[in-house]
Design a protein around this ligand. Structure first.
Ligand SMILES: Nc1ncnc2c1ncn2[C@@H]1O[C@H](COP(=O)(O)OP(=O)(O)OP(=O)(O)O)[C@@H](O)[C@H]1O
Length: 231
């Protein structure tokens, strides 16, 4: 199968003598959900920052979307993707509804019916409250609901479960699992359950590079702890 998004030999650094990511290569297929796990400091956020054009200290042999060479900051590529970063709450001076309208205008899309998302995330009371006045979990929901309403071809989520209550977490898992209907979801998580319950493939970020968990027993029993014991 032809990879939709491929990154070949990406090296990223904060200080050039000590790269955080080293000649890392991975491919994301069209319509799949891919989870990325790794220890604290492994470089998950740095990788997502690179993919979103937020980190300048990197070089890559090749980055391709649909077979075409691209740069992370290419405007056409920017509007194919949307990302939710952990702890990042942009546009605090907008309400959720204002932010949603802004994003959809920017991406040149029509806002769909989002009642299922609003109910699923128990967000009914917060649609018209300033984002900066929301609790941590409700702030997170602003961007998650926007992401799942927008359905970009490439959706990046950094630690999506952080800050959510158990009900919203269950709903989030259902949305993540179903995302392959709309596009490709690539997310990082420390919550092993969130990866084993939703992902088609799991990538492990370790020592600056990525390897795939080839032992798929986690798919049958939903538990990747045993597989992780061998890597
Ligand atoms: N702004 C920065 N300046 C210098 N070093 C940084 C900076 N941000 C991250 N690092 C370093 O880069 C490495 C990777 O960090 P990163 O945040 O990408 O890891 P992570 O896998 O997302 O970690 P965690 O699971 O703790 O969120 C770490 O060694 C970290 O200390």
């Amino acid at each position: 199968m032809k990879a939709e998004f491929s990154v070949i030999n990406l090296t990223a650094w904060y200080t050039q003598k000590k790269p955080v990511l080293q000649e890392l290569t991975f491919h994301l297929q069209k319509h799949e959900v891919v989870g990325m796990i790794g220890l604290n400091g492994a470089g998950k956020t740095t990788l997502l920052n690179c993919l979103c054009g937020l980190h300048d200290g990197f070089q890559a042999e090749s980055v391709k979307w649909n077979g075409q060479e691209i740069r992370f900051r290419d405007p056409a590529f920017m509007f194919l993707r949307y990302a939710v970063f952990d702890g990042d709450s942009p546009f605090g001076y907008f309400t959720f509804r204002e932010y949603l309208a802004y994003v959809f205008r920017t991406y040149k899309k029509q806002i769909p019916d989002i009642e299922t998302l609003i109910r699923g995330f128990s967000f009914e009371q917060y649609e018209n409250v300033l984002i900066k006045e929301l609790s941590t979990g409700n702030k997170k929901k602003v961007y998650l609901i926007t992401a799942f309403a927008l359905h970009p071809d490439l959706l990046f989520l950094d630690e999506p479960v952080n800050g959510l209550d158990f009900q919203s977490t269950e709903f989030l898992y259902s949305q993540m699992k179903e995302y392959k209907q709309y596009g490709t979801l690539f997310f990082s998580s420390h919550v092993l359950e969130s990866v084993s319950l939703t992902a088609d493939r799991i990538l492990l970020l370790k020592n600056g590079s990525i390897e795939e968990l080839c032992d798929k027993t986690w798919k049958e029993n939903g538990d990747i702890r045993e597989v992780l014991g061998h890597v």
